[in-house]
Design a protein around this ligand. Sequence first.
Ligand code: C5P
Length: 223
Amino acid sequence: FASGALSGRRVVITAGPTREALDPVRYLSNHSSGKMGFALAEAAAEAGAKVVLISGPCALPTPDRVERIDVISADQMLAASLEATGNCHLFIAAAAVCDYRPAHRSAQKLKKHGDESLKLELVQNPDIVATVAAQKKPTYCVAFAAETERVLDYARAKRARKGVECIIANDVSGTDTGFNSDDNAVTLIDEEGEILLDKRSKTQLARDLIALLATKSDSTEKS
Ligand code: C5P
């Protein structure tokens, strides 16, 4: 593997959902399977990289030669990401981070009370990939944009807003690609333009994306 496209490079990848606790037994989360992030970690390791995979709660096995750090909440994922990206070459944010978390985490199990409704107060989570991208380190940062409409427009805007070098636009309006599916189709967007990678298995897509990102991260000097 010493001759791979990412030989000797450090690559950090986030994957899976985050889980935001309401009390000791309940949480808010989403249906992310972690498949895309785990496939990217496997492909990066195959390409010779030293890979740190920061994973929210998901049941997938750790790919060979990948160092896995398990986290639960967005706050934990942010802390692990900042630490792991200290001297890394490529950061890929494939996690489905909860946008919001409960404003208060009850120390004890919340009890049902007489009212028919319950209001939850939520606060915004930090944007992990934007925070890493703002660190002024020579790390090439990649985010995903899962959209159901105006996919490319929203993805281009997201690339600018998050300050990342590259965004992978993912149309999740269908059922045969994207979330929880084994296949995916994406468009890679960076300053050079847009590259369509049409429908293929997440394993193959991960290899193709890693090959492209290896070249792009080598030729881009972060200003
Ligand atoms: O803003 P949105 O959630 O659509 O952006 C998705 C991209 O940003 C993904 O790459 C995801 O991993 C990353 N993200 C993040 N921290 C957040 C929210 C999203 O790193 N709090």
